[in-house]
Each structure stands twice: as structure tokens, then as C-alpha cells.
Ligand binder design. Structure first.
Ligand SMILES: *[C@@H]1O[C@H](CO)[C@@H](O)[C@H](O)[C@H]1NC(C)=O
Length: 140
């Protein structure tokens, strides 16, 4: 489910900009993609957690849609939300369970789901070098 990825070892002090550049275009298929089904107008939780549990609040973690530009759905950086590069279609509709980050739970809440939210979401943790994919299917 969670793939270790080759490449760069990301330190604690790497800037988000550098992270974005290194990561660009390095997509990797995951064998197991969890599928979440929802209806327009629903609020959904896209699950993502690290096992064994680790305190993620200190690290950068990224939710993205690799097929969109910009791909950012929700980013946690420098111990807070970093939404400056968030894709506009998600504006005001995403949140994390901030009190759960310390338990390694990076699940994303997406509110007021739309048809355009149909797609493949990536939860990426550069410290652990893991990525995890969730397919969101929005019904009729
Ligand atoms: C993570 O938190 C969400 C929101 O509270 C919860 O629904 C989910 O079950 C949690 N996941 C794990 C693995 O604990």
C-alpha cells in the first residue's frame, strides 16, 4: 500500500519550493488504490495515515491531484497549513484533522463534493518518502 520511493532524502529543513521541483514529474503507480464513493454535495474523508504512528505535525505532507495544475489540494508545512499554491477548485473545501497529525493521521476532509472532484488523490509524505493514492468517485 505504501511505497518507498527511491531518490532524494528530504531533510527537515528543505524548502517547500525545492520539494516541489524535485517531486515534479516523478509519478509512480501504486498497486493498491483505495476507492471512496460519494455523491455531489457530500462531505468525504480521504484516509491517509502512517503506520506505525508518527508525529507528522513537524513535517511537510502534501495532498495533491497529479492530473491538475497546480496539483495542490492541501499542504501542511512549517507546522501549519500552506494553501498559497492550492488549486482554486478546492478553495475553502479542504481541512485536516489537525489534532490527529501527531498520531500520524493525515486524512483530508473534502466538503461539498462536486463532479469535478472525481479523480485520483495522492497523499505524499516526503520525510517517510511514502505516497498513497485514493480514487474519489462522485456518483450521479
Ligand atoms: C483519522 O482521522 C479521521 C478523522 O477523525 C478518522 O475518520 C480516521 O478513522 C482516522 N484514521 C485512523 C487510521 O485512525
Amino acid at each position: 500500500m505504501i511505497h518507498n520511493r527511491d531518490g532524494f532524502v528530504f531533510g527537515l529543513f528543505i524548502s517547500l519550493i525545492l520539494l516541489i521541483h524535485l517531486n515534479e514529474g516523478q509519478s509512480q503507480e501504486s498497486d493498491l488504490t483505495q476507492t471512496i464513493i460519494s455523491m455531489p454535495g457530500d462531505d468525504v474523508v480521504l484516509p491517509c495515515h502512517v503506520d506505525p504512528p508518527q508525529d507528522l505535525s513537524q513535517f511537510t505532507v502534501e495532498w495533491g491531484r497529479p492530473d491538475l495544475k497546480p496539483r495542490f489540494v492541501h499542504v501542511w508545512h512549517n507546522q501549519k497549513e500552506y494553501l498559497a499554491d492550492q488549486n482554486k477548485v478546492f478553495k475553502g473545501r479542504t481541512s485536516l484533522f489537525n489534532d490527529k497529525l501527531k498520531d500520524g493521521n493525515f486524512s483530508l476532509k473534502l466538503s461539498d463534493v462536486r463532479h469535478s472532484d472525481n479523480g485520483r488523490y495522492r497523499c505524499y509524505n516526503p520525510k517517510e518518502k511514502t505516497e498513497y493514492f485514493i480514487q474519489l468517485l462522485v456518483g450521479e
